[in-house]
Design a protein around this ligand. Structure first.
Ligand code: COI
Length: 356
């Protein structure tokens, strides 16, 4: 099976690039798509031939099982280009690994990690001129897999489609976020799919997020399903705090996505000599730390948003204002360092980059 999947990618290049029609100085997040996409089908227990072709719509039977039962997983990763036209992928091996962990949980086939990375690299290289170089811009990469059996019964699909497309993107959040601690709805429970990048996790978050948005909060801070006492994630991101001199984040578990930005931030913090903790964090601890002035920093960490400073936390109807974003040391320094790191402007001391 692996031999087949590793066979050379068939590349059908676009006749005329759409690049010139893009407003490169005003890129929204996730609405502009590069010229090409990669597609590979899984049939009869094996991956077929990978193809790169012009980005286009799919044609699917209305009975396609992913449309009904949500058997789908995805990844989010980014490519960066510097002024010397060098392109970088950041910790792509971690995305490959997590993709397979998600796939296993959703009863879907896996892809060898090196093949996954090779697919991403080949597609990004072909569309490398689509990677914006303006500050804060990058190319967002969306690998995903869907169940494609045209069958309305419920069972794991026998066929799948794995695809990758890419989007040149600007900032996900343009402003520091106001978040609400959610104590009624639940994102993930033990034994569920919270650790996986499964489409349904995101669908289930929309309604509580909409209620919070109506009250003026851009994200939720999810709490544990049993007691709603412990902080889990910040919307579609992991959450990191600085309490006193310690950088602290909820420990990864089966209810929390093992975020690559979060993991990197914690490694950098350790390298810089901060005390770091990955453990349970109660809502009470966070609120007490705000009230005592010990909470120095709070931000969401994710691929799309990178570091999203949290400005306000709402809990039980009360808004708690956090320290001025411009005056925060850790999150500003780590964001700057990550940006330079991902553009090859610092030493690759953690061996996180693939350059091409
Ligand atoms: C990412 O940060 O890559 C995510 O998956 C968030 C997404 C919902 C845009």
């Amino acid at each position: 099976m692996e031999n087949e999947i590793l066979q050379q990618i068939d590349i059908h290049q676009i006749q005329q690039s759409r690049k010139d029609s893009v407003d490169w100085d005003n890129l929204p997040f996730g609405r502009v798509f590069s010229d090409h996409m990669l597609v590979i089908d899984y049939v009869d227990g094996a991956w077929g031939k990978p193809v790169i072709e012009p980005f286009e719509n799919l044609s699917l039977s209305p009975a396609t099982s992913v449309l009904h039962y949500g058997q789908t997983v995805f990844e989010g990763m980014k490519a960066y280009r510097n002024d010397n036209d060098e392109v970088f992928l950041f910790r792509a091996d971690q995305n490959a690994k997590r993709f397979n962990q998600s796939a296993i949980r959703m009863c879907m086939p896996t892809i060898p990690e090196d093949v996954f990375v090779q697919f991403v690299q080949t597609l990004v290289d072909l569309d490398r001129e689509w990677i914006p170089t303006n500050e804060g811009y990058s190319m967002y990469i969306r690998p995903f897999m869907i169940a494609t059996d045209p069958y309305v019964g419920i069972r794991p699909s026998a066929t799948y489609k794995f695809m990758i497309f890419t989007c040149p993107v600007g900032a996900y959040y343009t402003e520091p976020v106001r978040v609400k601690i959610e104590t009624k709805y639940t994102r993930a429970a033990h034994g569920g799919t919270g650790f996986a990048k499964a489409g349904g996790n995101y669908a289930a978050s929309l309604y509580p997020a909409k209620l919070a948005a109506e009250q003026g909060y851009q994200q939720l801070i999810w709490t544990d399903a049993q007691e709603h006492k412990y902080v889990e994630e910040a919307g579609t991101m992991n959450v990191v705090f600085q309490i006193g001199d310690t950088i602290v984040t909820p420990k990864s578990s089966d209810t929390i996505l093992d975020g690559i930005t979060r993991k990197s931030v914690m490694e950098i913090a350790r390298d810089w000599g901060y005390k770091t903790e990955e453990r349970k964090i109660s809502v009470k601890e966070v609120i007490d730390a705000i009230e005592s002035g010990e909470l120095k920093d709070a931000f969401g960490a994710g691929t799309a948003a990178t570091i999203a400073p949290i400005k306000t936390i709402n809990f039980e109807g009360r808004d708690y204002e956090l320290p001025e974003v411009a005056e925060r040391k850790f999150s500003n320094e780590v964001l700057d360092y990550l940006n330079r790191y991902k553009h090859g402007e610092t030493e690759d001391k953690f061996n996180w980059l693939i350059k091409f």
